[in-house]
Design a binder for this molecule. Structure first.
Ligand SMILES: [Zn+2]
Length: 238
């Protein structure tokens, strides 16, 4: 089963995404790692973009959409995600939730650790740590039986001190609250976003970290999950 992950849409559609999904019609699921919209947009009501964007994806490309909020998404983002998609294929807001999708377990946490820009979706890093820890611990307790599964942690903030949180100044600005529980539980994959220019694949222990970067730059992350719960992962050009 294939999964395409994108991030940081910031209220701008990219027709290449629709074309890619139409050409690759064996992808049933699209993950969005936050910042679908942007609180700074003034030309239209930022949240109105969410339904427009997700409806087009689902209707044109027949995919399921699972998304989390980013730090630039205004309040009400989870409801806007849940109200998107047609009635028979509604989008799912994965913030602070875990769900199974075939042999994949998805765990999500939106927002980011504090930034210098005073954006709406900033969360204290200690709180991120507690919540992400609890999500991963809950899965470890209730679901971690012998069935082979790929676990995907979907966060907006990248883990601290990786290629995924590196800004042009050379500083790492990611979240310790995302990094620590990855160390502790080693989910198979962490899809993140937030740092637009840090499109990459990296590793934290055995966990693969993948940041597709901003959708505007025409990149996405493609995950191919096999039945035995092994997987391939790569950055693709749209
Ligand atoms: Zn962003």
């Amino acid at each position: 089963m294939k999964i395409l992950a994108i991030s940081d849409v910031h209220g701008k559609k990219n027709p290449k995404l629709i074309d890619y999904l139409k050409e690759n019609d064996d992808i049933p699921l699209v993950l969005i790692a936050g910042d679908i919209t942007d609180f700074q947009i003034t030309e239209f009501e930022p949240l109105s973009f969410v339904k427009e964007f997700i409806d087009e994806l689902v209707e044109e490309c027949d995919v399921d959409v699972i998304a989390i909020p980013g730090n630039c998404d205004p309040a009400g983002i989870c409801n806007a995600i849940k109200e998107s998609g047609p009635d028979e294929k509604p989008a799912f807001c994965l913030h602070n939730q875990l769900i199974a999708y075939e042999n994949v377990v998805l765990l999500g946490y939106g927002g980011s650790n504090p930034t210098p820009f005073n954006t709406p979706g900033e969360i204290d890093d200690d709180k991120i740590y507690l919540h992400v820890y609890e999500l991963l611990a809950e899965y470890d307790y209730i679901g971690n039986d012998s069935a082979p599964r790929v676990t995907i942690l979907l966060t907006h903030a990248p883990p601290y001190d990786t290629k995924a949180d590196l800004i042009p100044s050379g500083d790492h600005v990611g979240s310790q609250g995302v990094k620590k529980p990855i160390h502790e539980f080693q989910p198979s994959i962490n899809i993140c976003g937030h740092i637009h220019e840090a499109c990459c694949i990296d590793k934290v222990g055995t966990t693969t970290i993948a940041n597709p970067g901003t959708l505007e730059n025409n990149h996405a992350v493609l995950i191919d999950v096999h039945e035995d719960a092994t997987y391939d992962i790569e950055i693709v050009d749209l």
